[in-house]
Design a binder for this molecule. Sequence first.
Ligand code: MN
Length: 253
Amino acid sequence: MHILVTNDDGIRAPGIAALYRALRAIPNAEITIVAPEQNQSAVGHRKTLRDPLRIGPVTLPDGTMGHACSGSPADAVAVALMGYIKTPVDIVVSGINQGPNMGQDVTYSGTVTAAMEASIFGLPAVAISLDSHSEPAFSHAAAFAAHFVPRVLEHELPELTLLNVNVPMGPPEGVVITRQGRRRYHDELIEREDPNGRPYYWIGGEKPTGDIEEVGTDVWAVANGKISITPIELDMTHHGMMKALEDWELPLA
Ligand code: MN
């Protein structure tokens, strides 16, 4: 079993080391780490086509060998799978992210889009995120990953589908299968002035919340101390709206 481990917090982030250590305990697991050189959180599903990509071996803080890529998380996965890594990969695991990826977060998340890239390459993929930005205690998430990844390989995932796992901060009180919930963002535009008197902007504000009372969602599960597993497919068609859209009677050829 050859597992490609990646993340979006950067190859030196503690979450990827925790994930690597946990997966190494799986019998017969061979693990390769390929991840962004820098923190690439919230870069979305970025594909680098107009700049060169640099990638090469690095030694992580705990002595583990990995490969650092100059591009986005999805770039790291693509470069690895297109031939940089010579041994065929069986599954891609992305994480453990420092911070949750729920609801609309998945469209921003480098952790999830790295898994999306793997599913585009036809591989099963898992994204794992921890519901904590400040106190990274990865042990529960790591232990779950070591249990879950072999189970994913026992089964087949549908085409263009990945599994998005969010783990609560404390000891988990069970595992639930969920749908995407609704995030509530509290972004604020902060305007400042540069030394030349020109304005520049930051996106600031409080951390997002969510509709935690919406039972059955990722947001609800994590708020209730449960590990959330959401199957996510890349086909984002709103099937229910197709008929309504046809009724707009647009001048279609
Ligand atoms: Mn991140």
